[in-house]
Design a protein around this ligand. Structure first.
Ligand code: UD1
Length: 329
């Protein structure tokens, strides 16, 4: 079986990608520190616990498995924390990536898929963001993603290691079979927080900013189902293994929804209105981020099949409910 090394494979998007890789006939080998990931989310191949900052450990895992392809998810991903503690993000995300790339080069430079983010576009005014726009992140988390994107090009020039950069918009929803789902600590994302408010596990949801230049004054985002993201990774790694050249793709649904649209969808899924309160803008939030996904459609042959807002919220609610019973929230 073709082995794919998956760093961060015990995390939210990584675990869904491992499930999809296994279904497509690959063996996902997970390398994860379990700082943010969960061992219960690793069900489709071996789990090697380790930190990319431990160079000897990643070297040993790469040499043991000699993967034919790699998907690199492992990263810290709290925008707010990256602003207050940039060193933590530069050290973990960028130094970790350097260690990984150097060990891969020492093992034949297998092609790599990299999880990047729409945050690299910063405060763009474009209605639909395309990959050809200049990148200009506005927070340290985004800067680390940009740095790694640049690093991948430099490594390709030097070593021939090919890469695919996937820029996710707002990853959301959970596995339809309920095996895995979103579980961040602390949770900062809109949909799980709205579900918690609807379930009365939180007093209310704060709506961060109601005076944006959008239809209802709240921020517009492009929510993409994690199962669609997982499928894009399988396609990207498959094309690289067949010799595709390096590329970069936006992954979104290509449609924008406001915070109030999400609140309404959560109310429908849960069958209960949720208490909300209008709050100040959150620093660094662009008014609108929506993907132009034509490049992924054309080249990856990918399209979002699971990303209606109602399906995103319903699968997230099913997961939330089942976890709530387990953890007794
Ligand atoms: C951010 C990043 C994204 C990154 C992700 C990682 C930006 C622009 N986006 O997504 O690239 O991959 O974090 O975690 O940097 N909201 C509320 N109330 C809440 C929580 C959120 O109103 O309690 C609003 C936010 O203001 C935003 C929307 O909901 O408009 C989505 O927020 P969130 O789920 O936190 O994701 P992003 O910040 O868009």
């Amino acid at each position: 079986m073709t082995k794919i090394l998956v760093t961060g494979g015990a995390g939210y998007v990584g675990s869904h990608a491992c499930k999809a890789l296994a279904a497509a006939g690959y063996e996902p080998v997970v390398f994860d520190s379990l700082i943010a990931g969960h061992d219960w989310a690793v069900n489709w191949g071996p789990l090697e616990v380790g930190d990319l900052l431990d160079r000897d450990r990643i070297a040993a895992v790469v040499q043991e498995y000699r993967p034919e392809g790699v998907i690199h998810f492992a990263s810290f991903a709290y925008v707010g924390e990256s602003v207050t503690n940039p060193g933590k993000y530069w050290r973990n995300n960028v130094t970790g990536a350097i260690n990984l790339l150097d060990e891969l080069v020492a093992c034949g430079a297998p092609p790599i898929v990299f999880s990047s983010s729409c945050t690299v576009y910063g405060m763009s005014d474009a209605d639909y963001l395309s990959e050809t726009l200049p990148i200009a992140p506005i927070n340290p988390y985004g800067n680390t993603k940009r740095a790694i994107e640049i690093m991948l090009s430099d490594y390709e020039v030097a070593t021939g290691m090919r890469h695919t950069i996937l820029r996710y918009f707002n990853a959301a929803g959970c596995d339809a079979e309920g095996e895995i789902g979103e579980d961040h600590d602390p949770e900062t994302h809109l949909i799980p927080l709205a579900l918690a408010a609807a379930a009365k596990d939180r007093d209310r949801l704060s709506i961060f900013g109601t005076d944006y230049p959008t239809t209802d004054g709240t921020c517009i985002r492009d929510y993409i189902h994690v199962t669609d993201l997982a499928d894009a990774h399988v396609r990207a790694v498959g094309q690289l293994l067949e010799g595709a050249k390096s590329n970069v793709f936006n992954l979104g649904a290509g449609e924008g929804y406001s915070v109030r649209d999400v609140v309404d969808a959560v109310g429908r899924a849960v069958g209960a209105d949720l208490p909300v309160q209008d709050a100040d803008r959150r620093a660094g939030d662009p008014a609108r981020l929506v993907a132009d996904i034509s490049h992924a459609r054309d080249v990856l042959g990918w399209s979002p099949e699971h990303s209606s807002l109602d399906n995103i919220v319903t699968t997230a609610w099913n997961w939330y409910r089942s976890r709530r019973q387990i953890v007794g929230a």
